[in-house]
Design a protein around this ligand. Structure first.
Ligand code: SAH
Length: 258
């Protein structure tokens, strides 16, 4: 018996063992002993994680998959969390301990998984796995790229991102419509910002909401002084700004007295 793929849960089961192993091996296994796999499905990736000197936990929203895992992976025992990753409080399961995140992720909630990781970054030293290629690229690309955006800047402010490899639709059942990409995020040593974090998030989001416009135009709603708006950085478009420049822009805005 295997699990019937459910579209609304973003279920595309990986058939290729070598790719599953490569994803599991993308973990550096340094600085943590727990790993949490999001969306294990029938456990194609899980079985390689279980071979590692880590404590493997999985979280799966689909009860049919959970029953399958309980029956086939006896050594996962009580480390199967039958819940929605987006709704759990990590400290409830891991206390204050560090936990790496891994998965062939459900693509319908990719961005939300990344945002939840950023919110919980004090507890997540590493994050690796598969997204639809376009999202994987978006997270990894630098300024100047067409796909550089909110997700790139916010992720790279706290993590070093590496795009590892591309995976074709043919290795999944059922095959998705798009290519997939595997990435790895390693938390920066210093993962706090020298500026107000909420303001940083707001500046980045507001700037990219109108990515074709210069910051002078897109940040109009932020009520900045004319003096600050004369600064040459405001003549740029958001995709031209590095993460560092977004931080210094936020710092200037923070100090601005209207
Ligand atoms: N890792 C498996 C399955 C990938 S499909 C494989 O590679 O074959 C994505 C999996 O994520 C599915 O099993 C789906 O049920 C699960 N999933 C979807 N939304 C979820 C959520 N919010 N929390 C936890 N798991 C979720």
């Amino acid at each position: 018996m295997s699990v019937r793929a459910k579209k609304h849960l973003g279920q595309h089961f990986l058939k290729d063992e070598l790719i599953a192993q490569q994803i599991a091996d993308s973990l550096t296994e340094t600085g943590y002993k727990n790993v949490l796999e999001i969306g294990p499905g029938m456990g194609v990736l899980t079985k390689y994680l279980l071979k590692k000197p880590l404590i493997t936990h999985v979280i799966e929203i689909d009860t049919e998959s959970v029953e399958y895992l309980q029956a086939h992976y006896l050594n996962l025992a009580n480390r199967i969390i039958s819940e929605d990753f987006l709704k759990i409080d990590l400290t409830e399961f891991f206390g204050e301990e560090q936990v790496a995140i891994i998965g062939n992720f459900p693509y319908n909630i990719s961005t939300q998984i990344v945002f939840k990781t950023l919110e919980n970054r004090h507890q997540i030293p590493e994050f690796s796995g598969m997204f639809q290629k376009e999202v994987a690229q978006r997270i990894a690309e630098k300024e100047g790229s067409k796909v550089y955006g909110i997700l790139s800047v916010l992720t790279q402010a706290f993590y070093d991102v590496e795009y590892l490899f591309t995976v074709p639709p043919t290795v999944f059942n059922p095959p998705p419509k798009v290519d997939s990409g595997v990435i790895r995020l390693i938390r920066k040593e210093n993962y706090t910002l020298p500026v107000n974090e909420k303001l940083f998030f707001r500046v980045v989001k507001t700037a990219f909401q109108q990515r074709r416009k210069t910051l002078r135009n897109s940040l109009k709603t932020m009520n900045l002084s004319d003096n600050l708006r004369e600064d040459s950085i405001f003549g740029k478009r958001p995709e031209q700004l590095s993460v560092q420049e977004f931080i210094s822009l936020t710092s200037k805005i923070e100090k601005d007295a209207v």
